[in-house]
Design a protein around this ligand. Structure first.
Ligand SMILES: Cc1ncc(COP(=O)(O)O)c(C=O)c1O
Length: 336
């Protein structure tokens, strides 16, 4: 049988370039040894568990991931962070209620607002005009919004952003909890922020910082297949039963086992090889400084304290691990 046109085109694309883009496995770090799409593509037969009512091998796998991140619960997602945001927001904010959301959220947050007929009170983060990107959400702005809108059912923000800008999640979570309001963090670009990563210069992550629901696209920065993501739950403000009900609403009832296996394999890889990989990457970080030294390459790095950007005055490089650069003449696309 001849290659399909689509397959042919993908083979050409794969041969032509080194992927600096997603997915995080870069097409060479297999998330699970021997992962075979056809052989393992099955349905909820006996022994295979059921993602929507997990009490067997999938429940065990998700528990392993939760333990690695220090979360109370973890759900494997096969519809990306998108489905985690849709379900998570709906679980926290009943139909027709009010939420507080950073203005630079991903479109999935806006879709959740539309579907839930939510009233959103927006937090506009400061703008770094030099780079044309949004900065960190100031904790004081969250405090002011919660005081002004006491009916809000949750606070939603993105950290890190696509460009690698972080917000001070620990302070923001403490403020939310003082108001008895849960915090949902879109950490789609920060699935690599595990508690152990903090030992090598990365952030320890929104789960460790106390956020109540955290959505992470494993496929973006970790060796897991495209569409895979984690939804992590912490503390007592988010109801796990309601999260599960909303995942039932928004996520396919036929989740792909190869995708699920890639999430479990990615967890195994993180547990076994993660610290060594982070140590290796950490030792390469000074290379970000060299990017600035080659303006003729058309790139420069965002600097300063990543949690108070652009207000911070520190000269330390971004701690996020995903350096932000763009064409120095401002004409090229941003890359993270
Ligand atoms: C900040 C942010 N949140 C959420 C998403 C959605 O993630 P996914 O593609 O895993 O559904 C994206 C996708 O690029 C994103 O940039």
């Amino acid at each position: 049988m001849a290659d399909s046109i689509l397959q042919h085109q993908l083979e050409k694309l794969a041969a032509d370039r080194y992927p600096l883009h997603m997915p995080g496995h870069k097409r060479h770090l297999a998330p699970a040894p021997g992962l075979s799409c056809y052989a393992w593509d099955m349905t909820e037969i006996d022994g295979a568990d059921d993602l929507h009512e997990a009490d067997g091998i999938l429940a065990d796998a998700m528990a392993r991931t939760a333990a690695l991140y220090g979360a109370r619960r973890c759900w494997y997602l096969v519809g990306g962070s998108t489905v985690g945001l849709l379900a998570g927001i709906r679980a926290l904010a009943p139909f027709g209620s009010e939420v507080i959301a950073a203005r630079n959220c991903h479109k999935a947050v806006y879709h959740a607002i539309e579907l839930g007929r939510l009233t959103a009170h927006y937090l506009p983060p400061p703008v770094d005009t030099a780079f044309g990107v949004y900065g960190s959400v100031p904790p004081a702005a969250v405090e002011a919004a919660l005081t002004a809108h006491p009916q809000a059912k949750c606070v939603i923000l993105t950290s890190p952003t696509y460009e690698g800008v972080l917000s001070d999640i620990a302070s923001i979570a403490a403020i939310c909890h003082a108001h008895n309001v849960p915090l949902l963090v879109d950490e789609a670009h920060g699935a690599h922020y595990l508690p152990f990563a903090a030992r090598y210069g990365w952030q320890g992550g929104a789960v460790a910082a106390g956020a109540d629901l955290v959505v992470q696209s494993a496929h973006k920065t970790l060796p897991s297949l495209t569409q895979t993501a984690f939804l992590q739950l912490n503390g007592g403000l988010a109801d796990p039963d309601e999260v599960e009900r909303q995942l039932d609403v928004f996520e396919t009832s036929s989740p792909s086992y190869p995708l699920l296996v890639s999430l479990d394999g990615c967890t195994d890889w993180l547990a076994a090889d993660g610290p060594a990989a982070f140590a290796r990457w950490g030792s390469n970080l000074p290379a970000r400084g060299r990017v600035n030294a080659y303006p003729q390459q058309g790139t420069r790095c965002l600097r300063g304290n990543a949690c108070t950007h652009p207000a911070g005055t520190s000269n330390s490089p971004l701690q996020s691990g995903s350096s932000f650069s763009r064409s120095s003449n401002g004409s090229g696309p941003a890359t993270a």
